[in-house]
Write a protein that binds this ligand. Structure first.
Ligand code: S3P
Length: 172
């Protein structure tokens, strides 16, 4: 197991929390694309959206994903909109990519008051975005993790079991 592992999912799906826990368990490096872009640009995500717009942020995110193809042993927590660019979906599809899938209402409760997420506006607007993105997350994922009702430990175990099983398949 030496490749990168990508976590995708809507805002509030715990990509950072699960990414850190999985990295700790496997002894991999944890990378969070939002933090990485903020450090690189010396601006917050909110400022990038405000000053340069969403399209600019998507270009930075796409560049970031490309640059990680040379890395190994990273658990990458991506931003929720990484699948908005078709080339990112195509790339993630070739990697070990876990989609953390939750019900919309669970996610909404977690993010509704977060002023640092520029795309969080009304319930209806966010629901429409969630619905629009479902098929893209599913298309990009090598494994869908049905996270609702599961503990962190159960989810991490499911990811590790999947990785072990797919690595065994490859060695035969
Ligand atoms: C976005 C999700 C955010 C961040 C940006 C855009 C999105 O990341 O990249 O605000 O389009 O869903 P999180 O999923 O970590 O909140």
């Amino acid at each position: 197991m030496d490749e990168n592992i990508y976590l995708i999912g809507f805002m509030g799906s715990g990509k950072s929390t699960f990414g850190q826990a999985l990295a700790k368990r496997l002894g991999y490096k944890w990378v969070d694309f939002d933090h990485y872009i903020e450090q690189q640009q010396n601006l917050s995500i909110k400022e990038i959206f405000e000053c340069f717009g969403e399209a600019h942020f998507r270009a930075l995110e796409t560049q970031c994903l490309k640059s990680f193809t040379v890395q190994k042993h990273c658990i990458v927590s991506t931003g929720g909109g990484i699948i908005m660019m078709p080339e990112n979906v195509a790339h993630l599809k070739t990697q070990k990519t876990f989609y953390l899938k939750w019900d919309f209402d669970t996610l909404y409760e977690r993010v509704k008051a977060d002023e640092n997420r520029p795309l969080v506006k009304s319930y209806e607007q966010l629901l429409a975005l969630y619905q629009k993105r479902q098929t893209l997350y599913e298309k990009a994922a090598s494994k869908i993790i049905e996270a609702e009702g599961k503990s962190l430990e159960q989810i991490i175990t499911q990811m590790i079991e999947y990785m072990e099983a797919t690595n065994e398949d490859r060695s035969h």
